[in-house]
Design a protein around this ligand. Structure first.
Ligand code: ADP
Ligand code: MG
Length: 398
């Protein structure tokens, strides 16, 4: 699903207020009835102002109208949640503009963004629990379980967990991107100007890079953690050229580790399986790609387990769990990630399904608004229009 920020600058303060209201109400309502949106948004212009905003938001696909047996209502779309998160990043000056998409996963979009000074950063948008809207509609059980809203909940959890771990790891000096900001299902981090290991055909000294990577696995374990997806896509390799004492150029490879929503504790009931999987993933890749096979056996989970928390090392599994992440949240997220792993590549029809009914809104008395807005001569580049930038919008706790 594509993030298109074009409409962002044409939303006025009232629209943001209404969008925020729909978001807030989504926590308790599967579909948010118009009356509840009105009550929550409390616009000065009264209900007619709210209707106007609803219509504007539905037209650009940020909320979608759903007609149900009992009542009609609106729900937030992925696009709507994206806009709310970007709005927050923008107001906090963490993101000024959005550039190209560099990565598309089934459960995330990776965008290059920039701050006001033009410094590039990375915006990771989590898209966990993305399920086909058609499937939802044809499956009443799904609706009953409240799963339609779960994509939002799960994606938020993934971002929250990833941000917390990136921060904790960074503080301990691990080679990870710098976590900059977090809002809803998104995080902003520093851009690592390096290729994933996957794209590297040759390295001068595979044994040394291999040792570094196993070293990271062991260090994580000492802090009580297993990455859980330690593969060639989640290891970026910085190639630092430097001159040695004799003036010869040497290439130093420095791995940077990314992608943390699936991290697990060394105490996890399946810890050994996850640990071995990470180790074997690296072993297999090095053998296939670089024809490198280590002469050493292991590392073995049982032995490594004994190092957890040793030498006064901080237990990060415990400290992150203490940062507001409840056991239930961990369980929910874990189940979703496991489910995602099980179904990978099976349903290819989930693209954009949350938006596909967004334009059946029958209230189009403000046609032409967009064209009018398009040539109002605002400076290019920034995400938000002037109206919205100055607006006091009640932003979410995240
Ligand atoms: P996913 O959960 O979808 O696998 P990742 O966090 O692994 O998401 O990111 C997907 C891809 O995007 C990575 O393989 C990498 O190429 C790129 N990427 C992610 N974060 C960064 C970053 N901070 N700097 C540079 N590239 C990144
Ligand atoms: Mg990844």
């Amino acid at each position: 699903m594509l993030l298109d920020t074009k409409a962002m600058r044409y939303l006025i303060a009232e629209d943001w207020r209404v969008l925020t209201a729909v978001e807030l109400c989504s926590k308790n309502h599967e579909l948010v009835p118009t009356t509840i949106i009105e009550r929550t948004a409390r616009l000065r212009g009264g209900p007619s102002g709210v209707h106007k905003s609803i219509s504007a938001l539905a037209k650009v696909g940020l909320i979608a109208r759903v007609k149900e047996a009992k009542y009609d209502g609106y729900r937030l779309t992925y696009g709507g949640l994206d806009y709310l998160a970007l709005h927050t990043h923008s107001l906090k000056k963490d993101v000024y503009s959005v550039g190209t998409r560099i990565g598309v996963g089934k459960e995330s979009d990776i965008m290059i963004v920039a701050d006001q000074t033009g410094t590039q950063r990375v915006l990771k948008i989590h898209r966990l629990g993305r399920i086909s809207f058609r499937t939802v509609r044809s499956n009443r059980d799904y609706l009953k379980k409240g799963a339609t809203g779960s994509w939002m909940y799960l994606s938020r959890l993934a971002a929250m967990k990833e941000f917390a771990f990136m921060k904790a790891l960074r503080e301990e000096g691990f080679p990870v991107p710098e976590p900059i900001a977090h809002s809803r299902h998104t995080i902003v981090m520093s851009l690592i100007d390096a290729f994933p290991l996957r794209q590297i055909a040759e390295v001068p000294d595979p044994a040394s890079l291999y040792a570094d990577l196993i070293g990271v696995i062991l260090r994580l374990a000492k802090h009580g953690l297993i990455h859980g997806d330690f593969n060639e896509f989640n290891i970026l390799v910085n190639e630092n050229r430097s001159k040695n004492e004799d003036g010869e150029e040497t290439l130093v490879l420095e791995p940077v580790i990314i992608d943390f929503p699936q991290m697990v504790s060394m105490e996890h009931e399946n810890a050994e399986m996850y640990f071995d999987r990470d180790v074997n993933c690296i072993k297999r890749f090095f053998e296939r790609r670089f024809h490198f096979v280590t002469s050493e056996a292991g590392p073995f989970f049982k032995k490594v387990k004994k190092t957890v928390g040793k030498d006064g090392v901080k237990r990060l599994d415990a400290s992150v769990a203490a940062s507001g992440f409840t056991k239930k949240m961990l369980k929910d997220l874990e189940a979703a990630i496991r489910e995602k792993a099980d179904t990978k590549g099976e349903n290819g029809e989930d693209e954009d399904d949350y938006e596909d009914d967004s334009d059946d809104d029958d209230d189009d008395d403000d046609e032409g608004k967009e064209e009018q807005a398009e040539d109002d001569g605002k400076a290019p580049g920034g995400l938000l229009g002037d109206d919205a930038r100055d607006a006091e919008v009640p932003v979410d706790e995240s």
